[in-house]
Design a protein around this ligand. Sequence first.
Ligand code: NAD
Length: 250
Amino acid sequence: SGLLSGQFAIITGAASANGLGKASARLFAEHGATVAILDLDLTAAQGAAADLGPGHIGLACDVTDRDACQRAVDQLLAQWGQIDVLINNAGITQPLKLMDIQGANYDAVLDVNLRGTLYMTQAVTPHLRRRQRGSIVNISSVSAQRGGGIFGGPHYSAAKAGILGLTKASARELAVDGIRVNAVCPGFIATDITAGKLTDDMLVGIKAGIPLGRPGRADEVAGCCLFLASSLASYVTGSEVDVNGGSLIH
Ligand code: NAD
């Protein structure tokens, strides 16, 4: 039993042990979902899936590769027969100033965050349309809404703002088919995404800007993803939901 009982969910970028995707995978499994973890490394994805208990699947899938996204979805449909939920969580960030962003930085950050979200959404949409149901949750960021100032540079803000536009336009287009599309905008959550590049000074500055006075936890973002994925949110589409400790109140 549970909010996602009998449902099948894909979560991208969910192999990272302390990450937001893994926390959602864990919570979804607790709520009865069968989960597929898609990430760059097959062994890591399979290990993360095994952590959730039996029956969950780990697949290698680079979300910037359109064919790889389609192959993963085809394989899951062959095995499961249905997909109910897609969480577009795979993302990378870089703490660069405007003038330091090279073409390769732009490509890397835009491709994983924005192109990957588009490709995975395209891969599942024909199936969701056939069943006239589905929930897609895209992980954006408070950086999209307030213009960075947390960790990622302007190219990250742009990618995450792009996700908000993609989310809202997809929600509008897919609503007729019973498919909901929403975005979650986390504030500062302690995960490995900062890759050792977060200094103590940066952390003091970040905390000063959070009314709740602390970084968020991955499970606090997962709770919001569960709400949006489940029928509790059956009338919620095209929304951007803040999970930021008050760091942006608007
Ligand atoms: P993380 O680094 O712990 O996890 C990200 C995962 O994405 C990793 O497992 C990585 O291997 C995977 N990934 C990277 N490129 C990929 C690709 N091309 N294809 C498939 N998988 C790929 O980071 P996290 O903090 O858990 O971040 C998860 C999401 O939340 C990201 O989209 C991030 O931008 C967003 N976010 C995080 C925070 C935060 O404070 N941690 C805040 C706002 C938004």
